[in-house]
Write a protein that binds this ligand. Structure first.
Ligand SMILES: [Zn+2]
Length: 346
């Protein structure tokens, strides 16, 4: 058994490897609802995925409860396995460390609630300032599709299941005064953004420059017609399934709202690729964008909620108040604007 444990069977973390050993496999795997009759690596993968889902659900739950729960979740996880590996004494120690960490997080929770919480009603129940922007209250059914009812709002959420109304085009598109990765921005559709977002982007670029961060705007507004060209081209070269992961069908692109801009840096040749997220510039954008009203919308680990792969270069203007709140919550924009998350000022 111990010899097996020393040989990593698959990419699943060591704590799950015990499922491969005969005495434990049935019990362990049953716990996760996985049948282990054949294909150990496959079973381990599934267990790993399930555990990952459980962890992210717990983190989301803690975020909803207004906690910065990362430390506690980690320590809790460690303590569970600590019980098996190191014995109860160590586990108890870790749990009390978790409580201490929880107590330490109290000021954060209060700070977060003051960001997210809105006005108090008579019953003492708080109302979120974003209650009117909830996903459920900003959509209607038209011709069998979900169409957003607030296309001009800076809080609008457009995705694969939420279309813009047919023919939507923002009326206030301008070219922000920032460096672009291409020439002649004045005469290109993709250099535009809605006026408020463009002003905020100028401030963000100025703030970045002050911190020694060099950014370039790569792609902003995209009309229905241009999005259709891009989508059709992707389908013809990559096929429909692959295209769906990276490109929006016309009418469902956030770029059509005029509130999104793809941003990159010379450190990755101004390319739109995931390695940008590991650069100093990509990290600055993820850590500081909310101060200027922007969020990195398509986050790592949130693919299920946003419908897209991780895109560290794609920033979306939602205004400072919502951007700060979403960033502090650790949730995706979609998760944050769920009615259940907004209820009671959470
Ligand atoms: Zn984009």
């Amino acid at each position: 058994m111990s010899r097996r444990l020393r040989k990593p069977p698959c990419r699943v973390p060591a704590i799950f490897r015990c499922c491969r050993t005969p005495p434990l496999r049935k019990r362990r795997c049953r716990n996760f609802g996985v049948r282990c009759a054949s294909g150990w690596a496959e079973a381990c993968e599934k267990i790993g995925q399930n555990a990952k889902k459980t962890r992210s659900a717990a983190q989301a739950e803690r975020s909803r409860a207004g906690q910065q729960g990362g430390i506690c979740v980690n320590i809790y996880t460690a303590s569970r396995w600590g019980t098996i590996v190191l014995g109860t004494a160590l586990a108890a120690g870790l749990l009390s460390a978790c409580s201490a960490a929880g107590a330490k997080n109290e000021p954060d929770r209060e700070a977060q609630q003051s960001v997210k919480g809105g006005t108090e009603d008579g019953a003492g129940k708080s109302q979120s300032p974003f209650a009117g922007d909830s996903l459920q209250s900003t959509v209607e059914q038209k011709d069998g599709r979900n169409v957003v009812t607030n296309p001009t709002s800076i809080h609008v959420v457009v995705n694969k299941n939420r279309h813009l109304p047919d023919g939507y085009e923002p009326s206030d598109l301008v070219v922000p005064n920032v460096p672009f990765s291409f020439g002649d921005p004045e005469n290109q559709e993709k250099s535009r953004m809605r006026k408020e977002a463009a002003g905020a982007l100028e401030q963000l670029f100025a703030g970045a420059k002050k911190d020694g961060i060099e950014l370039y705007a790569v792609s902003g507004y995209r009309s229905y017609a241009r999005q259709k060209d891009i989508y059709d081209y992707n389908v013809s070269t990559r096929g429909e399934e692959e295209t769906a992961k990276v490109s929006a069908a016309p009418g469902t692109s956030e770029h059509q709202t005029g509130l999104a801009m793809d941003v990159s840096s010379p450190s990755v040749g101004n390319a739109l690729e995931q390695s940008f997220g590991d650069t100093e510039e990509g990290r600055w954008l993820a850590d500081r964008g909310q101060e200027y009203g922007f969020i990195v919308h398509y986050l790592k680990g949130k693919e299920e909620q946003t419908g897209y792969s991780y895109e560290p270069w794609h920033i979306r203007y939602v205004g400072k108040e919502l951007a700060e709140a979403v960033h502090a919550s650790g949730l995706s924009l979609e998760e944050y604007l769920e009615e259940s998350s907004l209820a009671g000022g959470q």
